[in-house]
Design a protein around this ligand. Structure first.
Ligand code: DGY
Length: 326
C-alpha cells in the first residue's frame, strides 16, 4: 500500500502513546494535538476529510454530524463502550458503521464502582476534606461513623459486563448480597457466579437496596430513571453509586434528597451535563464526586485504544468488525 493510499483517520482526542503509535504506523492519522474537544462544525468538516473518525464519549456525533453533505467517513470507531453520544439511527441511515470498545474497561470500571461504594458508605471524602482543612481533632469513638457493607444488599440496575464484575467484587470481596434488575434475566451460571438474585421490578429493587449501583446505558429509555419519586422510596440509609451515565439520575432531585438526608449518601462518576456538575451537589458533604474516571487506568486506556485500532483494521481489511454496534 502506498502512503497516499492509506485510509485517513482522525482521533478526536489524545490517546496513550502506544495506542496512537499503533494507528500512526498503519494509517494516515491526524491527532488532536491540543487535546481540546471538537465542536459540531469541526466534526462536520472532519466527516468530509477523513475515511474514519475515532471519537470518544464527549463528542456529539449527532444527526447533524452524521448527515454532513458530501461525507467521506465510513467508520465511527468509538473510543469507549458507551455510545449514547452517537446517533446510531442516523449513522445507519447514512451507511456509516459504528463500533465501540467493550470488555477491556470492565474491570477498571467495576473497581471504580467499588471505590465509590466504599468512599460513600465510609464517608471517605468527608474525612479527607476534614483532615486537609485542619479540622481533624483526633480519634474518638463516634467520629465520622459510616456504614458497614458486609451482609448488606447491593441492588444493581442493568446487569451487563461491568455490573457483573461489580457484583462479583461486592459479593466475594465484601460479603454483600447481590440483587439485580435488568431487561432480561441473566443465565443461571452468571447469577451463580456472584449469587445474584433477579428482581423483576425496578421499584422493588430500589426499595430493598442498601447500596444501589447503576449500570444501565444512557439514552431516552433510562433518562431520569432515578427521579424524586424513586428516591423517596429508598431506605433513609441507602447509598447510590453511578458509574453508568449521568442522565440516568435526576441530579437536582438527588441533591434535594441528599441535602434532606432522605438517603444517606451518593458516589458519582458521571453527570448529566459533563463537565458541569449540578451546583447543589458540589456543596454537599454526603456525595463523592469523581470526574468520569471509570476506565482511567493507563493499561485500560491503552487497551481501549488498541481495541479501536482492531476495529479499524478489520473494517479497512473488509472483515467483520466484532464490536460493531450499528
Ligand atoms: C465509556 O467507555 O463509555 C466510559 O464512560 C468511558 O470509559
Amino acid at each position: 500500500m502506498t502512503a497516499a493510499a492509506k485510509p485517513k483517520i482522525l482521533l478526536t482526542r489524545r490517546w496513550t502513546e502506544e495506542a496512537e503509535r499503533y494507528l500512526c504506523e498503519r494509517y494516515d492519522v491526524t491527532l488532536n494535538e491540543r487535546d481540546v474537544p471538537m465542536d459540531v462544525a469541526a466534526l462536520q468538516q472532519a466527516m468530509r476529510d477523513y475515511d474514519a473518525i475515532c471519537p470518544t464519549v464527549t463528542d456529539p456525533i449527532n444527526a447533524a454530524v452524521l448527515g454532513t453533505p458530501g461525507a467521506r467517513v465510513k467508520l465511527i470507531g468509538n473510543f469507549g463502550v458507551g455510545f449514547n453520544h452517537i446517533d446510531v439511527a442516523a449513522a445507519k441511515a447514512a451507511g456509516i458503521m459504528v463500533s465501540n470498545t467493550p470488555d477491556v474497561l470492565t474491570d477498571a470500571t467495576a473497581d471504580l464502582a467499588i471505590l465509590l461504594l466504599l468512599m460513600a458508605t465510609r464517608r471517605a471524602g468527608e474525612g479527607e476534606r476534614e483532615l486537609r482543612e485542619g479540622r481533624w481533632t483526633g480519634w474518638r469513638p463516634t467520629h465520622l461513623m459510616g456504614q458497614s457493607v458486609s451482609g448488606k444488599t447491593l441492588g444493581i440496575v442493568g446487569f451487563g459486563r461491568i455490573a457483573q464484575a461489580t457484583a462479583h467484587r461486592a459479593h466475594h470481596g465484601f460479603g454483600m448480597q447481590v440483587a439485580y434488575y435488568g431487561r432480561r434475566r441473566a443465565p443461571a451460571e452468571i447469577e451463580a457466579a456472584c449469587k445474584a438474585r433477579y428482581v423483576g421490578d425496578v421499584d422493588a429493587l430500589i426499595a430493598e437496596s442498601d447500596v444501589l449501583s447503576l449500570h444501565c446505558p444512557g439514552g431516552a429509555e433510562t433518562h431520569h430513571l432515578i427521579n424524586a419519586e424513586r428516591l423517596s422510596k429508598m431506605k433513609p440509609t441507602a447509598v447510590i453509586v453511578n458509574t453508568a451515565r449521568g442522565t440516568v439520575v435526576d441530579e437536582a432531585a438527588l441533591a434535594v434528597a441528599l441535602k434532606a438526608n432522605r438517603i444517606a449518601a451518593a458516589g458519582l462518576d458521571v453527570y448529566e451535563r459533563e463537565p458541569v456538575v449540578h451546583p447543589d451537589l458540589v456543596g454537599l458533604d454526603n456525595v463523592v464526586l469523581l470526574p468520569h474516571l471509570g476506565s482511567a487506568t493507563r493499561e485500560t486506556r491503552t487497551a481501549m485504544g488498541l481495541r479501536v485500532a482492531r476495529n479499524v483494521d478489520l473494517f479497512f481489511a473488509g472483515q467483520p468488525v466484532q464490536d460493531k454496534v450499528a
